[in-house]
Design a protein around this ligand. Structure first.
Ligand SMILES: [Zn+2]
Length: 98
């Protein structure tokens, strides 16, 4: 699948890049963070728009994570921290794909 990122076809590249979006798989994105950033300079506007979408996802996720960290810092019991993490997971799963 990562080989598709090198495809000369912009739609193939855009589709492969979309698979790296945190709304599909956060772990996969973390693994390829530098790769995703590289596509912000892709010659294709289609591919760049996917890269921009991923950037927005990251900003939103980071703000949610800050809120979760804040809850942790406020010293809630471990169970509540798990609850916050689960909320974060649910939020990611609910996002429309694309
Ligand atoms: Zn996405």
């Amino acid at each position: 699948m990562l080989a598709n990122l090198e495809s000369p076809d912009e739609l193939v590249r855009a589709r492969a890049l979309r698979q790296l979006c945190p709304c599909h798989s956060w772990h996969r994105y973390e693994q390829h963070i530098d790769l995703v950033r590289r596509f912000r300079k892709d010659p294709s506007p289609v591919v760049r728009s996917v890269a921009t979408h991923i950037e927005h996802e990251i900003i939103e996720i980071e703000s949610i994570e800050r809120r979760v960290d804040q809850i942790v810092e406020e010293g809630l019991p471990h169970g509540d921290r798990d609850f916050a993490r689960r909320r974060l997971d649910i939020r990611l799963l609910r996002k429309p794909s694309g």
